[in-house]
Design a protein around this ligand. Structure first.
Ligand code: CP3
Length: 343
């Protein structure tokens, strides 16, 4: 693993600054790419795609081959953890994930002992990817944060504000805490195995961190992510971790301090003043509204230039403030990369 520490993303996470920041995009392997849609068609179900190393490697490599990003991200999904814990998980075309909603009595029936063996194909994907990638390209592994994963387990599908999980947490805090511990422990083992298989850094996606009140944020976002980071570092002391608590707002600061993550993924609601302050304490990535990438043209150029002007002289990984959307034109991704790299 050591030699991959020479790669730019890992270096930035350790505090290096580059004239041209390294770039990758959240959800860079996905439906905006025709070659992804081709593989997706022949894979069968979405989970089959995640659990077939040969195909998962192929789709992870597609954005690297097409655009030459500085990092590949493992192709998988945050919901493989509930699947591995024994919950029923499906991905329905045009509807997104559908799970069997979790009730109180289901918590004791989760099967943490099966997680690593169930996810073995993912580790094969990671090691195969590391072999296939150019030596200078980073490989990022990931998992969902316990809070975000639990919101889907409880509601059984995506919701606009994750009210079902918020209500569950308020009505049954002890049981909810237990659930998050089970998810955190499974995710820790999952990330350690990804790092051992060849990932150079891992990202923890907390896409729904922003819907929590302050005290709930502390309990359900910070505490379980800290549990993961600590457990991972017990096994791999120098593990590099990016935290992405989307919508954390004024709480980004305490999030980094209390979770111990190296890099912070910032969504597009963060001001440059706040972003600069956060960057003075460690590396940052993100900020660009994914809709600017859909709009293209001047709106995209201006968005990119502002980020470089404000944050380019510190530790920066260029990225979006959330995942790339399926309607993004490929030409706009090319425009983005050329602009960031000064071509
Ligand atoms: O390129 C990459 O970034 C790697 C793969 C990746 C996927 N999901 C593949 C995927 C990653 C990192 C994720 C993370 C993920 N999954 C998150 C956190 C990031 C975020 O966007 O907020 C969340 C909340 C999920 C759960 C999930 N998976 C949802 C809500 C959906 C449906 C909505 C959607 O964007 O399609 C998925 C399905 C999914 N995961 C797809 C892909 C490529 C599309 C399904 C398909 O191709 O049929």
């Amino acid at each position: 693993m050591e030699k991959f520490r020479l790669n730019k993303i890992e270096q930035v996470l350790m505090g290096t600054t580059y004239d041209i920041p390294p770039i990758w995009l959240m959800r860079q392997a996905g439906r905006y790419l025709p070659e992804y849609r081709e593989v997706r068609k022949k894979a069968g179900s979405f989970l089959d795609l995640c659990y077939t190393p040969e195909l998962a490697i192929e789709v992870s490599l597609q954005p690297i081959e097409r655009f030459g990003f500085d990092a590949a991200i493992l192709f998988s999904d945050i919901l493989v953890i509930p699947d591995a814990l024994g919950r029923k998980v499906d991905f329905v075309e045009n509807r997104g994930p559908v799970l069997e909603p979790l009730s109180l009595s289901d918590i004791a029936k989760l099967r943490p002992e099966d997680v690593l063996s169930h996810l073995d194909p993912v580790f094969k994907t990671v090691s195969g990817l590391r072999e296939a990638l150019p030596a200078g390209t980073s490989l990022i592994g990931f998992c969902g944060a316990p809070w975000t994963v639990a919101t889907y387990m409880i509601a059984g599908h995506g919701t606009p504000d994750q009210a079902p999980a918020r209500q569950f947490a308020l009505e049954h805090p002890v049981e909810f805490g237990k659930l998050l511990e089970i998810i955190a422990d499974a995710s820790s083992e999952y990330l350690v195995a990804q790092l051992q298989a060849g990932a150079g850094a891992v990202q923890i996606f907390d896409s729904w961190a922003g819907v929590l009140e302050d005290d709930q944020f502390e309990k359900w976002c910070i505490k379980p992510v800290n549990r993961i980071v600590s457990q991972v570092r017990q096994k791999i002391a120098d593990a590099l971790v990016i935290g992405f608590p989307k919508g954390a707002g004024s709480r980004y600061d305490t999030y980094r301090q209390k979770t111990g993550v190296d890099g912070l993924g910032l969504d597009w609601s963060v001001s440059f003043d706040q972003a600069k302050k956060l960057q003075s304490e460690g590396s940052v990535q993100g900020l660009l509204d994914p809709v600017r990438l859909v709009a293209g043209g001047l709106a995209l150029d201006e968005g990119i230039d502002r980020i470089i002007e404000n944050l380019g002289s510190g530790s920066l990984i260029f990225n979006l403030g959330h995942g790339i959307t399926p309607q993004t034109p490929i030409a706009h991704v090319e425009q983005l990369i050329d602009r960031v790299r000064g071509r």
